[in-house]
Design a protein around this ligand. Structure first.
Ligand code: BES
Ligand code: MN
Ligand code: ZN
Length: 503
């Protein structure tokens, strides 16, 4: 999809092969004859639309694809009360416009930038332009790779022209948003790929491909290298699968020389059966998406490279398949991680934290100024937050706040849960240093975070590294009614990219 900016109404409505379909976003109080696109219409068409609004007040849930007397197609979409319109609603409106266009098989759209401006986003219209372009891309995505095309072909929007009358300098922001949207969708492609086709090896080659395309140094460590590094966590979880574990290392070092890097760590479990603690059948089928943290890290780095951000960023993705077999790790096994700490495996289904333990230790070795890990870690995070926000934990309140705010701005939401040392009691091991799950079924997302903390915490004499943990299990797939297609959401590529651009 191509997103372009135009400064005049006539131009914005006549791009594409035929005339683009103008979109009238209408708030309850809005009169359609005050809309920017209205001026461009013929006298008859104007009369028709005024009459239309008289007979059909355009309310929040309403959308009307109309053919005007001149033959021009328009979309009239209600977005509710003016007083309640805000950035969150603007984001949903952007997705909804594309969703409706796809349903109506409309290929070319013209939208009015001002329709999306609200009291809480008007200060930073560059960011709004970027966010809109990203949201258009996200809504224009569907995973159809494995399906025979419909006879008429798939319905995707080809062009969106954004009319910007008053602001300058938004073209670049739209372009940036387009790139971020593309990388979000690329992450979704990886996550949506069935487990049989997305192995640790394949995930690693995708990273190599990103490196080749965008100038990122990518190294893939195999089992022998992992053994050399004494990464007993990753090797332990990987034991049960005939697909061998990999450790993906991405280095994008375009920041000032000597500036400490930000290290991103992503859980790359390409399929999570639960291992010998096999998952029940209703919760196993989506587990090909258990590498979504990894794909998010990979494609956030791709986005940052494409945006030529001048920062030092390292990505680490431990990639394994968690399978039950004669060679699997067992409940009760005690694994020794890279830093020497031992993990008592109470449940082989709490595998993500085990592989991340080794990755976090590796992250420490990069002397980072911040470590952010992203993982589909716990069902508990979903119980706590539903499907609309990932859980965020941090050792730095300031950094956490920045994440929450950035998420709010770009529509990639995170919400905090506590990281209190008292919770450490819950994961004390009996026969190992730490147990890989809590003593009871309560607060599982916190147990997971507290577990990871043990591997990034300073040991005696070391200085603390600011750390953020994002349990993205809630955002693996979208909630209904948020105008995203089934499968992966691509979270938190948008959040990471926007955060790191400025951090
Ligand atoms: N990958 C799962 C968590 C998950 C669940 C992600 C649902 C997305 C949707 C993780 O490896 C897991 O199995 N976690 C267990 C931990 C428990 C055994 C302590 C869980 O949450 O039940
Ligand atoms: Mn699991
Ligand atoms: Zn898992």
């Amino acid at each position: 999809m191509e997103i372009t900016l135009s400064k005049t109404i006539s131009k914005s409505m006549s791009i594409g092969r035929q005339a683009s379909t103008p979109v009238f976003l209408i708030k309850d109080e809005d009169r359609i004859d005050r809309h920017e696109f209205f001026k461009f219409l013929s006298v008859e068409d104007k009369k028709y639309l005024i009459n239309f609004q008289k007979n059909f007040p355009v309310k929040k849930e309403h959308s009307h694809p109309l053919v005007l007397p001149s033959g021009l197609k328009v979309l009239v979409i209600g977005i509710g009360e003016k007083a309640k319109f805000n950035n969150r609603r603007a984001i949903m409106a952007a997705r909804r416009v594309v969703a409706i266009a796809r349903r109506e098989r409309i290929r070319d759209l013209a939208v009015n930038f001002n329709d999306f401006v609200a009291k809480d986003n008007r200060e930073n219209q560059k960011l709004l332009a970027e966010v809109l372009a990203t949201q258009f891309q996200m809504a224009n995505y569907e995973f159809v790779k494995y399906k025979t095309p419909q006879a008429e072909g798939w319905s995707f929007v080809q062009t969106i022209d954004v009319l910007v009358l008053k602001q300058n300098g938004l073209a670049e922001a739209l372009k940036a948003g387009e790139i971020i949207g593309e990388e979000i969708n690329n992450a979704r492609n990886l996550s949506n790929t069935p487990g049989g086709d997305m192995t640790p090896q394949v995930l690693a080659s995708e990273a190599v491909e990103i490196g080749r395309k965008w100038g990122v140094k990518v190294t893939v460590l195999d089992e022998n290298a992992l053994a050399g590094l004494k990464m007993g966590g990753i090797l332990g979880v990987g034991k049960g699968s005939s697909e061998r574990p990999k450790f993906i290392l991405m280095e994008y070092l375009k920041g000032p020389r000597g500036e400490k890097p930000v290290v991103l760590v992503g859980k790359g479990v390409t399929f999570d059966t639960g291992g010998l603690n096999l998952k029940p059948d209703n919760s196993i089928y989506e587990m090909h998406m258990d590498m979504s943290g990894g794909s998010a890290v990979m494609h956030a780095i791709a986005a940052l490279a494409r945006l030529k951000v001048n920062k030092n960023i390292v990505g680490l993705v431990p990639a394994v398949e968690n399978m039950p077999s004669g060679s699997s790790y067992h409940p009760g096994d005690v694994l020794t991680t890279m830093n020497g700490k031992t993990i008592e495996v109470l449940n082989t289904d709490a595998e993500g934290r085990i592989i991340l333990a080794d990755a976090l230790e590796y992250a420490k070795k990069c002397k980072p100024r911040l470590v952010v890990d992203v993982a589909t870690l716990t069902g508990s995070a979903m119980s706590a937050l539903g499907q609309r926000a990932s859980a965020i934990f941090s050792t730095s309140e300031k950094v956490q706040e920045r994440f929450v705010e950035t998420g709010e701005a770009v529509g990639d939401f995170v919400w905090p849960l506590p990281l209190w040392e008292e919770y450490e009691e819950d994961i004390k091991g009996t026969f190992g240093d730490v147990a890989n799950m809590g003593k009871n079924r309560y607060g599982g997302a916190i147990s997971g975070a507290i577990f990871l903390w043990q591997f990034i915490k300073p040991n005696n004499g070391e200085t603390a590294i600011p750390w953020v943990h994002i349990d993205m299990a809630p955002r693996t797939t979208p909630a209904e009614s948020e105008f995203l297609s089934k499968g992966s959401t691509g979270a938190p590529v948008g959040l990471l990219t926007e955060f790191l651009k400025k951090f």
